[in-house]
Structure formats: structure tokens, C-alpha cells
Design a protein around this ligand. Structure first.
Ligand SMILES: *[C@@H]1O[C@H](CO)[C@@H](O)[C@H](O)[C@H]1NC(C)=O
Length: 186
């Protein structure tokens, strides 16, 4: 009888561990978002072998490889938000909404993962246009909006973010406006 109980504990133990993991590690669940280290990919949308490219894997491949912090450079082109390297004549990696759709699709099938996006907005594109791209990509549902401006120690834990399914943290370098779009943080 006792042996049997031990046997079942053995079976249940490892399953519980893998189900609870946050960003691949149980120890991160209780950590505040502001107290974790992430691996990032600079200019994550510029994929290929040219000198203007930064990455060999596309954004889905980067996420599969463990990248959880993505930066993307945006430019205004043809009245839309494009991901271009310095200029769209130099390198054009398509519209922001397509890039966001790839991230959203990955997040759909990886519900215990928190992803951070840093968007650059050197062309001062209206932040409401970014919100339109988020809506088009179906990724707005995952965005995290802080209740107020957070001090370093006030951030939620990874488990908080995962439980609320607000698993996408977005920062913008310049020209954000949290009054208009509260989840694009400055
Ligand atoms: C960050 O996490 C570590 C490990 O859990 C903990 O020892 C440390 O106190 C935390 N720091 C802050 C500022 O929360």
C-alpha cells in the first residue's frame, strides 16, 4: 500500500512541475517582472543574410529559441507602419501588423510565456495607429496595462501576468502616449 502511494507521487510530481513553469522555469513564477533577466533580439524583424539584417531566425524561430524580449524599428511608409531598417528603401520587412500576428500566433500556443516588445518610433507615428495594428493582429487581448506608473518593486509577478493572460509588455522609445494607448509604455 505504502509503495503504491509512493509510486503515484512519483508520477504526479514531475507533471506538476512542468505545468506550473513560467517562461520555462518554476522559479520565475513568483518573481516580479522587474526582477527577471531575459534574452533579447535586437532589430528582430530584420531576418536574412544581408549586411542590413540582424537575425538569422524569424520572430517565431526567435521565440522558439527562448528569446522573450524583442525590439523592432518602425517607420511611416505608404501611410502605414512598416518595419524598416533606417529607411524602407534600404530594408523593408513588411507591415507591423504581420509581425505582430506572428507573435500573437506563438503566444496563442504558448500560454505560460510572457513576451516583451520594445518598439522604436523615430518617425513619431501617432500611437493610435499602433493600436490599430495591435487590433488587426488580434494581439491587443494580451497587452498589459499597469494600474498606474509603477515603481520598480510594484510590478506584478510572471504568474500574475500569466494568470490574467496579460502577457505582452510593450515599451516605446519615443512618442508614446499612455493617455491615448495605455498599454504602450514609455
Ligand atoms: C529578486 O528575486 C530574488 C530571487 O527570488 C530575490 O532574492 C530578491 O530579493 C528579488 N529582488 C527584488 C528587488 O525583488
Amino acid at each position: 500500500m505504502i509503495l503504491k502511494i509512493f509510486f503515484w507521487l512519483f508520477l504526479i510530481g514531475p507533471c506538476k512541475v512542468s505545468a506550473a513553469a513560467c517562461n520555462g522555469n518554476d522559479a520565475l513564477c513568483s518573481r516580479k517582472y522587474s526582477n527577471i533577466t531575459q534574452i533579447g533580439a535586437h532589430d528582430s524583424a530584420f531576418v536574412g543574410d544581408l549586411p542590413t539584417d540582424n537575425q538569422n531566425l524569424d520572430v517565431t524561430g526567435q521565440l522558439n529559441a527562448g528569446i522573450r524580449f524583442l525590439t523592432a524599428q518602425t517607420h511611416s511608409f505608404l501611410n502605414q507602419i512598416f518595419l524598416c531598417h533606417t529607411s524602407c528603401w534600404e530594408e523593408d520587412s513588411g507591415v507591423l501588423a504581420d509581425y505582430l500576428t506572428a507573435i500573437r500566433t506563438w503566444m496563442d500556443s504558448n500560454p505560460n510565456e510572457v513576451v516583451t516588445l520594445l518598439l522604436t518610433n523615430g518617425d513619431a507615428i501617432a500611437v493610435s495607429m499602433f493600436a490599430d495594428a495591435y487590433d488587426d493582429a488580434g494581439i491587443s487581448k494580451y497587452t498589459y496595462t499597469p494600474p498606474n506608473q509603477l515603481a520598480l518593486g510594484d510590478w506584478p509577478t510572471l504568474q500574475d501576468l500569466i494568470s490574467a493572460n496579460t502577457r505582452l509588455i510593450t515599451f516605446m522609445d519615443y512618442n508614446s502616449n499612455t493617455g491615448t494607448v495605455p498599454y504602450i509604455l514609455e
